[in-house]
Design a protein around this ligand. Structure first.
Ligand code: PMP
Length: 285
């Protein structure tokens, strides 16, 4: 099926959509992105994603090419044009095409805006949630501004490939002996009634799902401890899980070959997944 995608104000068949070879997103990874899930044809936590997009653009001194209402309209139009009931909308804004390659950038270059949909059945009713993920730990050698959601995804991609080669599902990054986050998700461990996750800083992406899950967890009377934790502590935890906009809450059952808890998805992860999906479906736009 040929998708209809959005490029700089136009809705086009994906085969006709083009971006310049001089685009700084292509040459320098000078761009930011967001991924918003679609459930029942509606956008999940859209407000969170446009707010973080603004923050990423601000940090890189890029103008936001569209207003929040305009972003919403484009997302909805693409969902409608492509008949997406379950899946994702990907959006990317780059510093555009200055007409040549140069490290320095100047004013007056229009940003490049690209959006496309990815239909994906079984996002909410994901069988993986009943099995859990097996992960390995790998050194976090990414740059120091991981809080900006840039399209520099080479090392996270390499991390996924390392996991694949090791016969597992994903990788958790570690730095100075502590877990930072997953290749494309935030990481948590559970001890009794306590949910432990790394505090926000430039070391990790400020997950939109993380913010929502911690809010719901507090409301559900879980204790939240935002602090660093080690691989060994995670291996000895009762449970572990990850969060992201498309995985929602997903249990982690093994880390570096060691089973976590019973080696089966835990109750807290299952409960948080259920609460998250219930609440977010209610608030979907
Ligand atoms: N950390 C990283 C490195 C990510 O790539 C992602 C997903 N883009 C997340 C965390 C989770 O963020 P969110 O919940 O906003 O999808």
């Amino acid at each position: 099926m040929t998708r209809t995608v959005y490029v700089n104000g136009q809705y086009l068949p994906e085969t006709e959509a083009t971006v310049s070879i001089f685009d700084r997103g292509f040459l320098m990874a000078d761009g930011v992105y967001e991924v918003t899930s679609v459930l029942n044809g509606k956008l999940i936590d859209f407000g969170g994603h446009v707010a973080r997009l603004q923050r990423s653009l601000d940090e890189l001194e890029m103008d936001n090419p569209l207003s929040a209402d305009e972003w919403l309209a484009v997302h909805r139009e693409l969902v409608a044009l492509n008949n997406v009931t379950e899946g994702m909308v990907y959006l990317q804004v780059t510093r555009g095409n200055p007409g040549d390659r140069d490290f320095a950038w100047g004013p007056g270059v229009a940003p490049t805006v690209v959006l496309f949909t990815q239909a994906k059945a079984g996002l909410a009713d994901n069988p993986q949630a009943k099995i859990g993920l097996r992960v390995i730990s790998i050194p976090d050698i990414r740059w120091g501004r991981r809080d900006i959601k840039t399209v520099q995804l080479l090392y996270p991609s390499m991390g996924k490939m390392m996991a694949k080669k090791a016969g597992v599902d994903d990788a958790w990054f570690t730095e100075d002996g502590h877990v930072t986050e997953g290749t494309s998700n935030n990481a948590y461990i559970v001890k009794g009634n306590k949910i432990i996750t790394r505090p926000l800083s430039s070391d990790i992406l400020h997950g939109i799902t993380r913010a929502a899950v911690l809010r719901f967890a507090k409301e559900a009377q879980f204790e939240i401890e935002e602090r660093l934790f080690t691989v060994e502590e995670a291996q000895a935890a009762d449970e572990a899980f990850i969060t992201s906009a498309s995985a929602f809450v997903m249990p982690v059952v093994e880390l570096d070959g060691a089973s976590i808890g019973t080696g089966k998805p835990g109750k807290v992860a299952a409960r948080m997944r259920e609460i998250y999906l219930d609440e977010m479906n209610k608030a979907a736009v």
